[in-house]
Write a protein that binds this ligand. Sequence first.
Ligand code: SF4
Ligand code: SF4
Length: 444
Amino acid sequence: MKLRTFKKGIHPGENKQYSNHIPIEKMPLPKQVFIPLQQHIGSPCEPLVSKGDSVKTGQTIGRSSAYVSSPVHSSITGVVKTVDKFPPPLGMRVDMIHIEQTAEDDEWDLLAVPDNWENTPVVELIKLINEAGIVGMGGAAFPTHVKLSPPKDKVIDSFILNGVECEPYLTSDHRIMVEQTDKILTGMNILMKILNVENGFIGIEDNKPDAIEMMSKRVKDLGYRFQVVPLEVKYPQGAEKMLIESVLKRKVPVGGLPMDVGVIVNNVATALAVAKAVTEGKPLVERVTTVTGDGITNPKNLITRIGTPFSDLIEFCGGLKDETTLVFMGGPMMGLAQYDLQIPVIKATGGIVCNTSKHIKLVEHFPCIRCGACVDACPMYLLPTRLAKLTEYKKYEEAEKYGIQNCIECGSCAFSCPANIPLVQWIRVGKMRVNQLKKKQQAS
Ligand code: SF4
Ligand code: SF4
């Protein structure tokens, strides 16, 4: 059977074999956590607690009055040691709330939940999802309550649940689809009720046959009308715009959003978090994170509390091997290399990939040979080589004309480049500079 897919893209080594068969394991409660006040796209939170305050698991400890933001919660029961700047996983310094555990057992501060979510007004459900601090857990960390509130003139007719997990190495979404299927489907139902859509699709790459089988079986057993759609294994199949093209053959216009073609996409981990918030009153204080790669002693899929230092997870997995050279938050395509293992797990940490130099080579780069491989790979139909050059020569306005802001930073161009030119890294810088320039122009 020919599997659905999108045009262009690449085929990096999957490397899922380290952890795709390993059942999810719960980590012991961390002795201390570091909760960043910004873990999402949008405005950072202001702290609601200060040094010496006692906090319970699930208690709101930071929020912003801005609409595009998401509150943060304590992930353990303990005492606030400080609110200060600590090394973050996303590369820019943000304030974090440092909490030390005081109770071995969790004392939860749960949200009030409706007796029956099916009869609950949509506005109440969206408020609950906002209060629970739920953001897109596939990596983007966009506040979910905002995504669920499209403008009135956008007619949404389809919902896609994203179970693709195309990033090499990562298996946390795969494992939750196999082990927490019913809760994910409940989350999908809640999301579709909020959006008032009838057409539900579940996109899963073909390299997860057990997830496809389990999802299809439970959809049938429970009498849902969702369609499970097996997809070709190709990167970046899980990017929203590519997924919409693959599943529905709709093209999101340049500079547009999925809602422009009547679609909302949510990740499977987000759906799980929604189900836990709406049916159990649990704010987003834990997630499944894969710790994997050839540089970790015992790869695992772990339920871990938000704010737990990477070093705790790595130690729980038997530690790094001597020859390990790089640790990423996320996978090797879109993840970020880390220099300090005290950084905490955040809401978007789907995985920690630890690699030896066998898998990751720090290589010299050479001048462009104009082979066009980066252009062939780019799923957004951009000219990566030109965008990188324009950034290098500080021609930001021209880079904007060439669509630099449409780059989804998938890294397919850099992966394909035989001259090893760090194309996506240049483009990230270019996008940042274009934004700065725009802000400056608006201010003046
Ligand atoms: S230019 Fe951007 S969207 Fe295109 S391949 Fe490179 S990183 Fe991906
Ligand atoms: S893939 Fe590399 S060498 Fe080839 S055109 Fe693009 S930047 Fe130049």
